[in-house]
Design a protein around this ligand. Structure first.
Ligand SMILES: NC(=O)c1ccc[n+]([C@@H]2O[C@H](COP(=O)([O-])OP(=O)(O)OC[C@H]3O[C@@H](n4cnc5c(N)ncnc54)[C@H](O)[C@@H]3O)[C@@H](O)[C@H]2O)c1
Ligand SMILES: [Zn+2]
Length: 376
């Protein structure tokens, strides 16, 4: 029997707003009462995608019906393409045709794509309506559903249009991971390792010891893994909701990873979590070359990813060009007069923000990294 972890965490923001995160196995079946606690028996509007509609929607709908909460459902096409102006417009138009009011709650049932689009729509519909996150991928459960960043992509890049809009609650059912494709499960694991590497050395060791439980999707292991990972994210978000300072730590591995993702043009060769795995290894290797952290730590990170069959060498993905990768890094979120800000580790569980990394130094590092077979 897995112990239900009701309200496993509570996220309290600097201004006092707060919301619960529920984590348990089979929680979708009892999500109706949790939603009724938030808003009584008002009508809600579920937004999901076609894959999730087949797998997770019936349990949510049954629970809402049982709790006597009326609902409508909008179903998007799966995939990153739905985080677009066109789909946002279509979604808002459909929402308006349902005559919502300022209290109408949206429910995002799906991965990060559904969560980001729904959250953004909720933040601008009638100047803001409440929403609940029910994340169904491991990546969205440990990362995107918590923290309040919402948004869409444009031709200029990913997530450049969006808002901060915190959910009223996050409901995480580990059972929904049963149908998740293995590649997506591994991608979520990369973000978990990233979180441990940022702030919790004990959790990193726990991950090394509990890989089998993860790979066989033991509910108790999944619940503990998600809870510990989210605690790290929530602790940081609670201190810095809008990324004025330490929230940037959550970008460990992301500036390297985004460069690789951009070079692959989001064509499916490298999904985000895989890019984060490579990026985290590269951040540790780069820190080791600067003498900031020990090469042994970089090896531990690499081994953990190898054990779950995440990519650990850039050459597994494509033949990359160092100069182009550096260009992408310069265009990553926060350009700073040619210098690049990186999150670099001192050790596993301790990272810091380095705002003045030169493009030249990175160019040399990539050239070595891309040609050294042993390391990459
Ligand atoms: N807002 C944030 O803070 C934040 C943080 C990290 C990532 N993101 C965003 O999240 C997005 C990626 O999210 P993702 O990795 O969850 O991808 P996703 O939402 O595209 O889901 C991946 C695939 O899994 C399918 N799927 C979802 N749940 C399933 C289930 N239970 N069973 C079977 N299939 C299922 C989806 O239909 C999709 O095909 C990106 O757009 C990224 O920018 C946002
Ligand atoms: Zn990420």
């Amino acid at each position: 029997m897995v112990k239900p972890l009701h309200a496993a965490l509570d996220v309290t923001l600097p201004d006092g707003r707060h919301y619960p995160i529920y984590i348990a196995n089979d929680l979708l079946k009892t999500s109706g009462p949790l939603i009724a606690e938030l808003q009584g028996q008002r009508r809600v509007i579920i937004i999901t995608d076609q894959n999730v509609a087949e797998r997770c929607l019936p349990a949510l709908q049954a629970s809402l019906s049982h709790a006597e909460i009326p609902f409508h459902t909008l179903t998007l096409m799966p995939g990153e393409g739905s985080k677009s102006f066109a789909v946002l417009e279509e979604t808002l138009t459909q929402l308006l045709s349902l005559a919502p009011d300022r209290q109408t709650m949206l429910i995002a049932l799906g991965g990060g794509v559904v969560g980001d689009l729904t959250g953004f729509a909720a933040s601008i519909l009638l100047r803001g309506v409440p929403f609940v996150q029910i994340p169904t991928t491991l990546l969205s459960q440990v990362d995107s559903a918590v923290g309040g960043k919402t948004g869409i992509n444009t031709a200029h890049g990913k997530n450049l249009i969006g808002s901060f809009h915190q959910p009223q609650a996050v409901i995480i059912d580990t059972q929904s991971l049963a149908t998740l494709p293995p590649r997506e499960l591994r991608a979520g694991f990369a973000e978990i390792v990233k979180a441990a590497a940022i702030a919790d050395a004990d959790f990193f060791s726990w991950l090394e010891e509990n890989l089998d439980g993860f790979l066989t999707k033991q509910p108790a292991i999944l619940a503990e893994m998600i809870t510990r990972s989210l605690r790290i994210k929530a602790d940081i978000v609670m201190r810095d909701e809008r990324e004025g300072g330490i929230r940037a730590l959550l970008n460990l591995g992301h500036t390297f990873g985004h460069a690789l993702e951009a070079e692959c043009q989001y064509d499916g060769r490298l999904i985000h979590g895989e890019a984060v795995a490579l990026g985290t290894i590269l951040a540790f290797d780069y820190a080791a070359t600067l003498g900031l952290c020990r090469a042994d730590d970089a090896q531990r990170v690499r081994r953990l990813f190898q054990h779950v069959s995440l990519p650990t060498q850039c050459s597994q993905i494509a033949a990359f060009n160092a100069a182009k990768l550096v260009q992408h890094m310069q265009h990553d979120k926060k350009p700073n007069q040619g210098e690049i800000t990186l999150i670099l580790p001192r050790s596993i569980g301790q990272c810091e923000i380095h705002p003045h990394i030169s493009a030249d130094s990175l160019q040399r590092f990539w050239e070595d990294a891309l040609t050294s077979k042993a390391a990459h």
